[in-house]
Design a protein around this ligand. Structure first.
Ligand code: SAJ
Length: 437
């Protein structure tokens, strides 16, 4: 009989991970508290956009290797992959991790393995997960094995990264790490590095904090460049020619449920208040308002008294439909606060979140004065500027992600702008940087 895994939480990480194990010889039972999610999964419909997920899900369900429900089932291993958001005061909300850990306690048996995949503040296993399993009466590390195995995968590339990214595993003792390693070897083809649970918790948070601090640096450079009349994209591209420099890209802010959230799990421990982590968070959070300010300056320079802005992109990054913590939502809030007329279009976000959101590009851009590109969707790169110009009231475009082929837009008569380039240099003078992976 093959081994069985119960996965708690069928979201962006839990569902693909469950499907991955099911495709590698395990019987998997997926659990979600959301009945609608469970019902749609039973119909093989997925609620998240991830290449390859739908096909794989259908296959493992047809083979009877993957079942879903709202209640856990007994298994050899339990994987917890639930959200770990922050409260408005920026402290960690571990209620989902706690509830999930408690929910499996009555199904856990001797010799089982419990793995936490959710990103959490250091010491969560010790202070939340283990206490929640106390009711099992099992001795942790001897009869019940517990480990942290933080997910490190990028939405949109999940099925590659699950296999080929190195994985960090931190058990509460060596035997827990060893058992977790055996499990993940089923599909991980990269290095699996073993450490203790608290170090693993911290490593994961450090990775996203590194990214946030680096992006904040790039955003600060963009603001400085606007004052110095230099082009930040050129500055970063040239600085990154140095073999030991890797400045990330500026943009309208940092979104998603990871990079914009996880740094807070560390910032609270910093003896310097505010330390560099908190300051970086604040810099990145200041970018949506800065973006709107820049857009309005451009409109003023162009003597457009009552501009209408087309917001292109609601997702927090390119080619996905995820709007969680998206800077676009904050940009729209700013526009609303300032009473600026706008429309919204995102080819990946098929549900209308705003009254003035349209699923039709032409309708969204008609009679607008400025295209404000906030997300690097591939669809935007191949827009036809001649066609866009026909429907717009004025030919202005602001690309906050530095990825649009401006030469083409300029040929079609557009004035092109980005962040961190107030002098508005023409494309032939600058080097356009590729998007940092
Ligand atoms: N961004 C910039 N400038 C950049 C890079 C990104 O402004 O140079 C913005 C993006 O537009 C986006 C935000 O940052 O709004 C976050 O995007 P991301 O691609 O950095 O991160 P996520 O949230 O999609 O995924 C991250 C990844 N972490 C790292 O790369 C260290 C991923 O590996 C993690 O699994 C994921 O967080 C997670 O779940 O923790």
């Amino acid at each position: 009989m093959s081994q069985k895994i119960t996965v708690i939480g069928l979201g962006y990480i839990g569902l693909p991970t469950a499907v991955m194990f099911a495709s590698h010889g395990f019987r998997v039972h997926g659990v979600d508290i959301n009945e609608e999610t469970v019902a749609s999964l039973r119909n093989r419909e997925i609620h998240i956009e991830e290449p390859g997920l739908e096909e794989r899900l259908a296959k493992v369900m047809d083979e009877g290797r993957f079942t879903v429900g709202t209640e856990p089932e007994e298994a050899d291993a339990f994987i917890i992959a639930v959200p770990s958001p922050i409260y408005p005061d920026k402290s960690a909300d571990l209620s989902y991790v706690q509830t999930a850990s408690e929910s499996i306690a009555s199904y856990v048996r001797k010799e089982n393995l419990v793995i936490l995949e959710s990103t959490v503040p250091p010491k969560t296993i010790e202070t939340v997960v283990i206490p929640a399993l106390a009711s099992t009466g099992l001795e942790i590390g001897e009869e019940l094995f517990v480990a942290h195995s933080p997910e490190r995968v990028l939405p949109g590339k999940l099925f590659q990264e699950l296999v080929y990214n190195d994985r960090i595993l931190g058990g509460v003792n060596e035997e827990s790490s060893r058992r977790a390693l055996e499990l993940y070897r089923a599909f991980v083809q990269a290095d699996i590095r073993i450490t203790d649970a608290t170090t693993a918790e911290m490593v994961k948070v450090v990775e996203n904090t590194y990214r946030d601090v680096n992006i904040a640096f790039a955003n600060e450079l963009a603001k400085i460049s606007d004052q110095l009349d230099v082009n930040v994209w050129e500055v970063i591209e040239l600085a990154n020619c140095h073999p030991r420099v890797n400045v990330h890209k500026p943009g309208p802010g940092v979104g998603g449920h990871c990079v914009a959230v996880d740094p807070w799990f560390l910032a609270h421990y910093s003896p310097d208040q505010p330390g560099v982590i908190e300051t970086s968070r604040k810099t990145n959070d200041s970018m949506p308002a800065y973006t709107v300010e820049r857009a309005l300056e451009i409109m003023k320079q162009q003597q457009i008294a009552h501009p209408k802005i087309a917001v292109l992109g609601l997702a927090f990054k390119g080619n996905i439909n995820d709007t969680r913590e998206s800077p676009s939502l904050r940009v729209i809030e700013e526009l609303q606060k300032k009473g600026i007329e706008f429309s919204v279009y995102d080819p990946h976000v098929t549900e209308n979140l705003y009254l003035n959101q349209s699923q039709d590009l032409i309708e969204a851009i008609s009679h607008t004065d400025l295209l404000m590109v906030l997300t690097e969707h591939s669809e935007f790169r191949v827009l036809n500027p001649d066609m866009m110009k026909q429907y717009m009231r004025s030919p202005f475009i602001m690309d906050t992600k530095g990825f649009m082929p401006f030469e083409q837009w300029e040929k079609s008569g557009f004035d092109t702008y980005t962040l961190g380039d107030s002098k508005h240099q023409k494309n032939d003078q600058i080097i356009r940087a590729g998007y940092a992976e």
